[in-house]
Design a protein around this ligand. Sequence first.
Ligand SMILES: Cc1ncc(COP(=O)(O)O)c(C=O)c1O
Length: 390
Amino acid sequence: MEALRTLITGHLPPAGEVVRTEIHPQASAPSFAGYGSLRVDSGTAALALALLSARQRRPELSAPEVIVPGYCCPDLVAAAVYAGVNVVVADIGENDAGYNLEALEACLNERTLAVIAVNFLGIQEQLEELRRRLKPGTFLIEDNAQWFPDASETDELQGDFVIFSFGRGKPVSLLGGGLLLFKTDHSAALPTPDAPSTETRIIGNLKRNLYNWLLRPQLYQWLNRNPLIKLGQTIYQPLTHVQQMAPHQAQLLPTNIDAYRAKPRISEHAYDEFISNHNQLRTLQSPRRRRLLRYPLLLKAQEARDELLARLSRAGLGATPMYQRPLWHIPGVEELVQTPYPCPNANRFADCLLTLPVHSGVTETHRQRIRIVIDTAASQGFLDAGASRH
Ligand SMILES: Cc1ncc(COP(=O)(O)O)c(C=O)c1O
């Protein structure tokens, strides 16, 4: 019955807003006080430029290091490898994707060139606490690939460098592109990206329209069910180039930013409410939380996470386990990072996290169905710590 129903209703994508392909002349690109900006072809490219620029400012460091959190996207490693900077992994907090500040401090040394502060799904890093721990000459790089500030939040940026991504499934998506913000006193040391790709507006918009079409649950399910297409799998992809953003892509940016900021936050608030009825579930509730890209849900044990994920996936409700592994266990990354201290919190986080969708395609019916799946799993005891399949 459930299988038949899912065939009809389809599968919700876990993230992804429709990409606007029209240019609104009244929409203007946001400005960030105190920062210069550079548009590039990806968020990874923006990160790599930030690290290259930091390196140029510290030529005396022969083996510079960058600190990254134990649970994060492997693109951070790709950017560091491209920039020739060694990656050091520090543990995250307990039930918090932000750094465990003691673990971070233990990794800081005279070789530390930069610390990457990741905004995880819309939850800011502890920017002030991080800044206080960094010596002059150690750069704070804010990685906001998973968040884009509302107009009233643009003054919250604190990094020496700040990056945003406009890739697939990102808050403001153009199916590619990135933005690097740099404190204006760092502009002299910025490497120049290569010329943009020669993709025309017509081809670009064809791709975007196809993507918009595939976001529909009835169509998305065929991608999701295809065993040859590994949607959402976390893999390490080396960075091969840093180019400028294509001009037609840059023209679409303001319209897409406006559309994203106008989006109501109904789903995240609805999940907050019904999650509070279940003491086996917690979200990453924090004053650092801003608009969410996906809704993070932490279970008490991996078995409970896997069971709930399986149930929500069978129902096509857009749940994901995010990266599934701590950074150093992502295939291809092992050899590229140093983990000087154990990272138990990152391990546990990878085992116990799942995300629920909050994008504009999520309807009240989807939220009701998610609630029923969770309530049923809870009433059958599947969400308790150590619960196993009966
Ligand atoms: C935290 C984080 N940083 C950087 C990136 C890289 O962005 P892009 O895909 O635009 O290269 C991602 C992409 O998923 C990300 O999640």
